[in-house]
Design a protein around this ligand. Structure first.
Ligand SMILES: [Zn+2]
Length: 358
């Protein structure tokens, strides 16, 4: 990159990432490697953790979460080379083998709060029932030994007086905590307060181009504090890099969808309200979190019968129990998946690079 300085001088800024051959990394860390030649997708696993890299991209996924590397994965004379700090991802997991299993971090977000009321109808204020249900979920799960719960708020407060920054702050809570699941709790209202619509909806974010750009910017701005992974490098220039980023983000989408299915499965047990389904929409809190994320609309407060039920602690407790069940089911599935990866993994005597063609 060339920048024109104040005095008319041209400064050249070149950022070199320290690279290492993928084969060497795989051998040193005992990783199984899968390279898909057509998509350029590279999957690394030590049997416990999985990293997904993409040729031409410096974004990677580690256990389903986006991390940023100091340089793009590329192919050179030695074969595929990756930024050296990729090894740190797996060194971290080596340490974890000696320590107890990492807790599954769930961020519970009670929508709105403080100056932001959310929907208001039938003498119900959305921010209050959001918080009530979240606190009930928290009470139900707080003693689960391998789950760590983080609440974006515990009282009637906004996270920022600015609406947009308030939403960003919720995303930041999840990203800073390196969360494994983000669950935002809301109640719905119809436009014009029509009273004939009822039902529960589960939302996930569809990963679009702007999500990739936004995540990229978030990672660039936060730098080491977010990724703890080395120096920052220049932004990618080619369109293919963006396509690869999208591919990586699709993995977050897949996990979010799986979480959504767990909630639907649980919430279908509610015989007092129906589940309308899973919807993909670009709600910010689910879009910009690095971890899998869902937003629950647990019923329409504009629907008179639903509103009446929501005024009872009994019904709010029932909803909380179903939400807690959905969370537990998702954790169970992810843990099972990890166990399966672990049992399938055999330490290779030499680096295996299945599917790679030279
Ligand atoms: Zn809301």
């Amino acid at each position: 990159m060339a920048f024109l300085g104040d005095g008319g001088l041209v400064f050249l800024v070149v950022v070199f990432a320290q690279m290492m051959p993928l084969q060497k990394l795989a051998f040193e860390k005992g990783l199984t490697v899968r390279v898909e030649p057509h998509s350029g997708r590279i999957t690394l696993s030590d049997g416990r953790h999985k990293a997904v890299l993409a040729l031409g991209s410096s974004m990677a996924l580690f256990d389903g979460k986006v991390v940023r590397l100091s340089g793009a994965v590329r192919r050179d004379a030695e074969g595929i080379v990756v930024p050296k700090e990729t090894a740190l991802l797996f060194r971290r997991s080596e340490n974890q083998k000696k320590t107890p299993k990492r807790k599954f971090v769930v961020v519970l977000d009670a929508g709105h709060g403080g100056r932001f009321t959310g929907a208001v109808a039938n003498a119900l204020v959305e921010k209050d029932i959001n918080l009530d249900v979240v606190l009930r979920v928290w009470r139900l799960l707080k003693d689960e030994e391998d789950v760590k719960l983080i609440l974006t708020r515990r009282t009637d407060v906004e996270l920022d007086r600015n609406w947009s920054r308030d939403l960003d702050a919720r995303v930041d809570v999840a990203n800073r905590a390196n969360a494994d699941l983000f669950v935002s709790v809301h109640f719905n209202a119809t436009a014009g307060h029509k009273t004939n619509v009822s039902g529960i909806e589960v939302y996930v974010a569809r990963e679009e181009e702007d999500v990739a750009r936004r995540l990229w910017r978030a990672l660039t701005e936060a730098g080491g504090s977010l990724t703890r992974l080395g120096e920052l490098a220049a932004a990618p220039t080619s369109d293919t890099a963006w396509i690869l980023h999208r591919m990586l983000l699709e993995e977050k989408f897949r996990h979010s969808l799986e979480a959504a299915r767990c909630f639907v499965q649980a919430l279908r047990k509610n015989d007092e309200d129906s589940v309308r389904g899973i919807f993909a929409r670009g709600y910010r809190v689910v879009k910009w979190t690095r971890c899998p994320a869902v937003l629950l609309e647990l019923g329409y407060i504009t629907h008179p019968a639903t509103a009446q039920r929501l005024k009872t602690a009994r019904y709010r407790q029932k909803l909380a129990e179903l939400v807690a069940e959905g969370i537990k089911e998702y954790i169970r599935r992810r843990r099972t998946e990890q166990e399966q990866q672990k049992s399938q993994h055999t330490l290779p005597s030499s680096p295996s690079t299945k599917g790679e063609r030279r």
